[in-house]
Design a protein around this ligand. Structure first.
Ligand SMILES: [Zn+2]
Length: 282
């Protein structure tokens, strides 16, 4: 890759890893349509994330001294405030992910504004923070979403797929762009490790992928991104990856990543701040 399109990173590092987790808990479609209240088993599958799996992930991050970003639906913050406060207390970033994991593409602008206002209040009340980031829940967003986010004090999103470096989304009527830190499905643990029944995931109830191959895939994605000096983030979910067998995978993945001394490990908010500063220098 030519140096012209190769991003620069702080401290002379040559690549950026922005580890991120979506702490969805039991929020999502089944909660939005009410069916989860007839599905206690499925509720507990989700609740396991903040209630049980999160602590395991935080312990692992502490052991490797690696910072991360947690995108958390505000409803999860309300139900498990103590667990969510531990994320902040341990130096990680907490950012917006809807109230009950709403699909922003299905909401009009005022409904989106309501979700953001509710989330802002809950984050302030229970965590004492104003979040600066957002990851769109359940896929896509609405044409109005970037302006709704900027109005809510959000400076970056990690929702799109348009690059493997941070980029700017210009929004009509706003001087400051929304910084996008794109992810990819290859780095979503749902793609290889999720398995639930009613609702069925994957739809045909196929098997999960091999753990060894999953680790190999993640390491290869990391190596490729770092070889080109890019920014890699993850869409990992504590309820999927924070289980006893899978935490060993994450441990091996972190060992592989931290063995590379050229990598800048950063919270997504730091990546966005760095990107904005770099643009101002050009
Ligand atoms: Zn999510």
């Amino acid at each position: 890759m030519s140096d012209a399109i190769r991003p620069r990173w702080p401290e002379g590092k040559t690549g950026c890893m922005a580890l991120a987790f979506d702490l969805d808990g039991p929020t999502g479609d089944a909660m939005l349509n009410g069916s989860i209240w007839q599905k206690p088993e499925y509720f507990t599958f989700g609740g396991y994330g903040p209630f049980r799996a999160l602590a395991r992930i935080l312990d692992l991050l502490r052991a490797f001294q690696v910072p991360a970003t947690f995108f958390v639906p505000a409803w999860v913050v309300e139900q498990w405030p103590q667990q969510c406060r531990a994320i902040v207390e341990q130096g990680h970033e907490v950012a917006y992910h809807g109230y009950r994991h709403e699909s922003f593409w299905s909401l009009n602008a005022s409904e989106q504004r309501q979700v953001m206002a509710t989330s802002r209040d809950i984050f302030w009340q229970h965590l004492g923070i104003r979040a600066g980031g957002f990851r769109t829940p359940s896929g896509d967003w609405h044409a109005d979403t970037p302006s709704v986010l900027l109005d809510a004090g959000v400076t970056y999103s990690s929702s799109m797929r348009g690059d493997d470096r941070p980029y700017a989304i210009q929004v009509a009527g706003y001087e400051q762009p929304l910084v996008e830190i794109p992810g990819k499905w290859e780095m979503d643990d749902y793609a290889s490790l999720a398995y639930t029944r009613e609702p069925d995931f994957p739809k045909g109830l196929d098997r999960t992928a091999s753990y060894a191959l999953t680790l190999d895939n993640w390491c290869r994605e990391f190596d490729g991104a770092m070889a080109e000096g890019l920014c890699l983030t993850t869409l990992f979910h504590p309820k999927i990856s924070g289980k006893p067998g899978r935490i060993l995978l994450l441990e091996q993945f972190l060992a592989h990543m931290t063995a590379n001394p050229q990598v800048w490990f950063a919270r997504c908010g730091e990546v966005a701040d760095w990107y904005i500063k770099e643009q101002q220098h050009d």
